[in-house]
Design a protein around this ligand. Structure first.
Ligand code: SAH
Ligand code: F3S
Length: 451
């Protein structure tokens, strides 16, 4: 049977989609190739959020074409995901050696389409239409497809976003909001837990809007909080995470859920995007700075050790030095544990891309550097503050940088590297933090030595 290699760009949603496609293909008898060079089918699961991500995937495909055209002309090449969705046929016009372009609502057809291409019954396939019910199709998992068992898993709970932030292409690449039913999600989670998973991350582009139109508010609880409660009841599940929420979705019911549901970890990824009210309005974010800060305060009151991470865009069109300083002041005021900083990248057919007051590239670069430094200083202080503390970690596997050591994550989402061994995988351990590096903690687990 053919061997397939899938390379993933972008967010956790894309990682999850790739995993589901890989599971779907292996169920049909495909094998997973260890590298592109050993594959009969190479699929690039793409991201469109910034231009750089698109350029990387396009460059990669051009290199694959150059490498395979003469020596291995039968290799099937495909684009999946967000760029496939937003560019469609255009990708084959630009790179005629590409065989398959599969959009974000069509992942579950990957195996059938590849069969058709490999058998020669169809030459090229471009499929980017909408499909009713596609939110419930990303359900296959590949927990033990790679050498060892996973203890953490991602579960997709919804697709799409209706917020239409003026910089963002996601509503175009992922479509309108569509949510899966609660029992369907709970069954998937329960099955994962029965296969050894201890931590589940609920995924969606705007998870706090989960089920808004389909599941009525009950006893003051939104559909999302009802879902959290249902997942929380699963015996054997230890930790629940979710990403990405939207700040406007943090009502009293969700804050209260943090106080009440112990499996909900002490971590919130709260994309702020800017500290300036003027820019937040231009971005169409739906909240002002004061409301944002109020949410963080309430969360910290409910869970004092909560880790707060964020996304921030610098150089949004019209952003003045004064606006940028508001963002710096927000970073200092909130004291984020971690922040992903992005230089504004104009995306086609988004309102912000068409405005004439674009911030020069070198200003975006400089603001990026200044903010990065501020964030690193604050986060460094917070990480060092954990030295000497004892924290609970869930051991995930060997450290990527040093496979002789193991890594785990604290409940507040910080990575801890420690001297452990394979037998600790999947265990919840208490470790003493002995040292802090940049965005990594080093722990000592008091474990008896190996024989
Ligand atoms: N809620 C979504 C957001 C997707 S995009 C999710 O996490 O699933 C992730 C982040 O990329 C956004 O929070 C934003 O900070 C950044 N981003 C989105 N569009 C961008 C653009 N045009 N330029 C720069 N950064 C952007
Ligand atoms: Fe994008 Fe805003 Fe939705 S950032 S994914 S349009 S909440």
């Amino acid at each position: 049977m053919p061997a397939v290699y899938i390379k993933t760009y972008g967010c956790q949603m894309n990682e999850r989609d790739s995993e589901a496609v890989a599971a779907q293909l292996t169920a049909k008898g495909y094998t997973l190739a260890p590298s592109e060079a050993a594959a009969d089918v190479v699929l690039l699961n793409t991201c469109s959020v910034r231009d750089l991500a698109e350029q990387k995937a396009l460059g990669k495909m051009a290199a694959l074409i150059a490498e395979t055209r003469h020596r291995r002309p039968n290799v099937v090449l495909g684009f999946l995901g967000c760029m496939a969705q937003s560019r469609g046929q255009e990708l084959i016009d630009q790179l005629p050696d590409v065989d398959l372009v599969l959009g974000t609502q069509k992942f579950h057809h990957a195996a059938d389409y590849l069969d058709e291409i490999l058998s020669g019954s169809r030459e090229k396939i471009v499929e980017v239409a909408e499909e009713d019910g596609s939110e419930a199709t990303v359900r296959e998992h590949l927990l033990d497809g790679r050498a060892r068992k996973s203890v953490t898993a991602f579960v997709s709970i919804m697709q799409g976003c209706n917020q239409h932030c003026t910089f963002c292409i996601v509503p175009r690449t992922r479509g309108r909001e569509r949510s899966r039913a609660i029992p369907d999600i709970v069954n998937e989670c329960r099955d994962l837990v029965s296969r050894g998973v201890k931590e589940i991350t609920l995924l969606g582009q705007i998870v706090t809007s989960y089920g808004k139109r389909d599941i009525p508010v009950k006893g003051g609880k939104s559909a999302f909080v009802q879902l959290l409660e249902a997942v929380h009841e699963i015996d054997g599940l230890e930790r629940i995470r979710f990403t990405s929420p939207h700040p406007k979705g943090y009502g009293e019911d969700l804050i209260e859920a943090y106080a009440r549901l112990p499996k909900l970890v002490e971590h919130a990824h709260l994309p702020a995007q800017s500290g300036s009210d003027r820019i937040l309005k231009l971005m169409h974010r739906g909240y002002a700075r004061e409301r944002y800060v109020g949410i963080v305060e309430k969360l910290r009151r409910a869970r004092p050790t909560i880790g707060v991470s964020t996304d921030i865009i610098v150089g949004f069109p019209g952003e003045t030095q004064a606006d940028f300083e508001e963002t710096l002041s927000l970073a200092r005021q909130v004291e984020f544990d971690q922040a992903f900083i992005f230089k504004y990248s104009p995306r086609r057919d988004t309102p912000a891309a068409g405005t004439t007051d674009q911030v020069p590239q070198e200003v975006r670069e400089e603001r990026n550097q200044v903010l990065l430094q501020t964030i690193n200083e604050i986060a460094g202080r917070k990480y060092r503050g954990l030295v000497g503390r004892r924290v609970q970690i869930l051991v995930e596997g060997p450290s990527r940088k040093n496979p002789a050591r193991m890594t785990g994550r604290t409940r507040c989402n910080k990575i801890v590297v420690f001297d452990g061994s394979e037998r600790h995988r999947g265990q919840l351990l208490d470790v003493n933090i002995i040292r802090a590096g940049s965005f990594t903690l080093y722990g000592d687990s008091d474990l008896p030595g190996e024989d």
